[in-house]
Design a protein around this ligand. Structure first.
Ligand code: IPM
Ligand code: MG
Length: 369
């Protein structure tokens, strides 16, 4: 069994804008090492299409083992048109799915926060989204993404059949629901659990197990159940009714994309994928921006590094218990936005365009103050 090495960071920059945005986090880690006497050890490796191009696989065993022994994995992004036609097992996305599954990162935290400086960037009316602060907790290692049987097979009539299986067990539901309830206690104390219990048995089980756990251990938290399609509608109608949403892998994939767009600023949203704590309190975790590899703007120095920097702030908070440093970093991001500095994706009238590295450096300058 490979042990987690304390304070070891693995940077998997990946494809597209990944290397540029992760590069800014690397600067911040180095700054913290020098100026806050933190002894973070940095390692790096290839993942996704970049790994495929060099090694013929989206993630090598060596990179995977490095991830296994790292306390924090920071992932940039994977994928791009160049690799779209590869067979399924070689696609860049498989690296991400392997890391999630094999590191057992079952709880995916995806905040959707509407930054006050960017209210106008949303496609929704300001009064609907201003002050928005939702946390989506997506189950990440189960459900239809991983269920067996799966595959494409020929059937008798000469047609083919595509098969995926949606399954959940009691413990898979309970452990992710616990994460949601615990988070809610530190926020507005409200959990909405989403499934399709009206159509799917796995959804019915989801609802029953969340309810039972609530009655057992979390009576102080306000819990409601909502059908996932209704949740998708409510997110547009009145998103501020939500605090924490907990849902399965597939619904979480969709609802988190939808929620992120309410904020109008995909380039600003971080995420954390967390495993269970062992008896020594150690936990595996991976942090990544929710925007993808954005191949159309890669290599131009214009990508927004803030989502990755805020993902790193989540790492400081959730993996390293460095809340003070996390607060300082989040504050620095607010400061540069207040100053009107913007990368191209979030430009508006009266603001000043900066490059990826200028944005990173401006954030570091505020840490320095
Ligand atoms: C996400 C992405 C991934 C997913 C893809 C890239 C495999 O959409 O992290 O939301 O479907 O989970
Ligand atoms: Mg997605």
């Amino acid at each position: 069994m490979i042990k987690v090495k304390k304070r070891k960071f693995l940077l998997l920059a990946g494809d597209g804008v990944g290397p540029e945005v992760v590069g800014e986090v690397k600067k911040i880690i180095k700054w913290l090492n020098t100026n806050r006497s933190l002894d973070f050890e940095i390692d790096e490796d290839l993942v996704g299409g970049a790994s495929y191009d060099k090694y013929g696989t989206p993630i090598t065993d060596e990179a995977y083992y490095k991830a296994l022994e790292s306390e924090v994995v920071i992932l940039g992004a994977v994928g791009g048109p160049k690799w779209e036609n590869l067979e399924f097992s070689k696609r860049p996305e498989r690296a991400l799915l392997r890391l999630r599954k094999e590191l057992k990162l079952f709880a995916n935290l995806r905040p959707a926060i509407c930054f006050k400086q960017l209210v106008e960037a949303s496609t929704l009316k300001p009064e609907i989204v201003s002050g928005l602060d939702i946390m989506i907790v997506r189950e990440l290692t189960g459900g239809i993404y991983f269920g067996e049987p799966r595959g494409i097979k020929p059937i008798d009539n000469g047609e083919r059949k595509g098969i995926n299986t949606h399954t959940y067990t009691t413990s898979e539901i309970e452990r992710v629901a616990r994460v949601a309830f615990d988070l809610a206690r530190k926020r507005k104390n409200k959990v909405t659990s989403c499934e399709k219990s009206n159509v799917m048995e796995a959804g019915q089980l989801w609802k029953e197990e969340v309810q039972a756990l609530h009655e057992r251990d979390y009576k102080d938290v306000e819990l409601s159940h909502m059908l996932a399609d209704n949740c998708s509608m409510q997110l547009l109608r009145n998103p501020k009714q939500f605090d924490v949403i907990v849902t399965d892998n597939l619904f979480g994939d969709m609802l988190s994309d939808q929620a992120s767009m309410l904020t109008g600023s995909l380039g600003l949203l971080p995420s954390a994928s967390l495993g269970a704590k062992n008896k020594d309190g150690e936990m595996r975790a991976m942090y990544e921006p929710i925007h993808g590899s954005a191949p159309d703007i890669a290599g131009k120095g214009i990508a927004n590094p803030i989502a990755t920097i805020l993902s790193f702030a989540m790492a400081l908070r959730y993996s390293l218990d460095l809340d003070k440093e996390a607060d300082a970093l989040e504050k620095a991001v607010q400061n540069v936005l207040d100053d009107g500095l913007r990368t191209k994706d979030i430009m508006s009238k009266g603001t000043k365009e900066v490059s990826t590295s200028q944005m990173g450096e401006a954030i570091i300058a505020y840490l320095q103050k």
